[in-house]
Design a protein around this ligand. Structure first.
Ligand SMILES: [Zn+2]
Length: 308
């Protein structure tokens, strides 16, 4: 069994948008409840997520973006609109700083050898957040902040990011489009939100998939495109944008994956991390809105990271 760290923070529950918004605090509890019920939580090493620093955020976000969010942050019970899908309450910035801080700390843990891999049960998610723009429920690009930290502070030269959220991780792609040090592999439903045109780069491996693709088509795309690209890149660290909204029961998308698909792709990534990166892998929650399916999917993801 591997040593898997588990990072979260109570502040991540305090960020809430309007009633009925799918990116809701209950998502974190759905995952943690399932980890408890399955006995997996007892096998994980708990770490409280620290606050990210401005210096860490500024590696992937413009000063204007960071300042704008600070200025927009409301007080009391008010909500501030960032885009029609994305709202801030008084607790949003703390939650977002914990979410990004979790990934940074998880990177530190695996690079120090204090854990083999790590799962960050955090929100708000991050992969739509661009260099200068919050969007699609995302404020800071958590996984990008972690990748940039690994490059800048730990001196890594090759970090791979794998993103199986049903939506295209436009933010991560734009942030790393012009560096050869980060390989970004993504599968996503197409055409679908955010409707951004994918950039053409050797280090950006896109797998747009039509609605209704299902597990066989998903696995074929990963086997044909992701796995050889990651193998050839030989990353020193693998990061995972773990969105579970491609699940059959999640009506946010229509990709029709099931738990065994998430277990499979996680095992493939864990194996590649073992082959190239000393096992170092950090996963952070992105989407996933059908609460029962989210909990079950995250649990098999964590189980595959533990290797049991
Ligand atoms: Zn998503």
């Amino acid at each position: 069994m591997r040593h898997t760290a588990y990072l979260t923070h109570a502040d991540c529950h305090q960020h809430a948008m309007f009633d009925g918004h799918p990116e809701a605090p209950a998502r974190l509890g759905a995952i943690e409840d399932r980890l408890i019920a399955s006995g997996l939580l007892d096998l994980l090493r708990y770490h409280e997520a620290p606050l990210v620093t401005r210096e860490q955020l500024a590696r992937v976000h413009s000063a204007a973006h960071l300042d704008r969010l600070t200025e927009l942050a409301p007080e009391g019970d008010a909500l501030a609109e960032v885009d029609p899908d994305t709202w801030m309450n008084a607790a949003t910035l703390d939650a977002a700083q914990r979410a990004a801080g979790a990934v940074v700390h998880a990177v530190d843990l695996v690079l120090a050898g204090e854990a083999d891999n790590a799962f960050c049960n955090v929100r708000p998610p991050g992969h739509h957040a661009e260099y200068g723009q919050a969007m699609g429920f995302c404020f800071y690009n958590n996984i990008a902040v972690g990748a940039a930290h690994a490059l800048a502070v730990h001196g890594l030269e090759r970090v791979a990011i794998a993103d199986f959220d049903v939506h295209h991780g436009n933010g991560t792609e734009v942030i790393f489009a012009d560096t050869s040090q980060v390989l970004v592999c993504s599968t996503y439903q197409h055409p679908f939100y955010p409707y951004t045109a994918p950039l053409e780069r050797e280090t950006l491996i896109h797998c747009p998939l039509p609605a209704g693709t299902g597990g066989m088509g998903f696995r074929a795309a990963v086997e044909e495109h992701w796995l050889p690209a990651i193998d050839a890149f030989a990353p020193e660290l693998i990061l995972v944008s773990a969105g579970f909204d491609a699940h059959l029961e999640d009506d946010m998308g229509g990709m029709q994956l099931v738990e065994s698909d998430y277990a499979w792709v996680t095992s493939e990534l864990v194996e590649l991390a073992g082959r190239h990166a000393g096992g170092r892998l950090v996963s952070a929650l992105e989407g996933g809105y059908a609460l029962s399916a989210l909990g079950r999917s995250a649990a098999v993801h964590v189980q595959a990271m533990l290797g049991i």
